[in-house]
Write a protein that binds this ligand. Sequence first.
Ligand code: MG
Ligand code: MG
Length: 250
Amino acid sequence: MITVKTTNELLKMRKAGQITGGALKAAGNAIHEGMSTYDLDRVVHDYIVSHGARPSFLHYNGFPASACISVNDTVIHGIPSKTEKLKKGDIVSIDVGAYIDGYHGDSARTFAVGEISKEAEALMESTEGSLMAAIAYARPGLRIGDLSSLIQEYNEARGYSVVRQFVGHGVGQQLHEDPEVPNFGRAGHGPRLVPGMVIAIEPMINQGAAQIKVLPDGWTVKTADGKLSAHFEHTVAITPSGAQILTLAD
Ligand code: MG
Ligand code: MG
């Protein structure tokens, strides 16, 4: 069931979103060569807790950390680790959720560790570009498939492929609500966007083939071909005049 949020609910969601965005920004500022993904997770955890919220991901379906931290060929759901140290040239996707006053925020961003290859930079630009283009396009009356096809075409036109097994989603009192928001699909299909709908749009884009594999830990999702993957996500509210990003830091 797709829930439509009231103005009062959207205010609460903006607060959850701001803390989510702030945690992601704090993590980005903290990233440096030699840092463990465990220590990066602590930055996210401490930011969320010190702002009176709860990390949405901690213990979610048994996930053991506050952030998903996914390096290079890890697409999503990377588990932070004391032994995984960031190296110059890595790209690191950080996915964060914060829960406060009964509502969640959900946002992700891929960061560079020092200087990265032109290829990695182009992948990140395409992934983020498709997210921002979908947000700029979103408005009441369009359908989810209009956003899905935009994201797919944007990235495929640049030679990248779209992960199929994981998709964006509604956000609210639950971290994952209806509707699903795929990063591929046909324009003119799917649920219609209406004011008060809140969705997380989150392209997961691979440098090589779309295929992924899940590691035996049950969480870590990697590209099957070992090539890079990037992930950008914002929680946005559909308003009469377009989509408003709820997960900005300030
Ligand atoms: Mg997320
Ligand atoms: Mg999400």
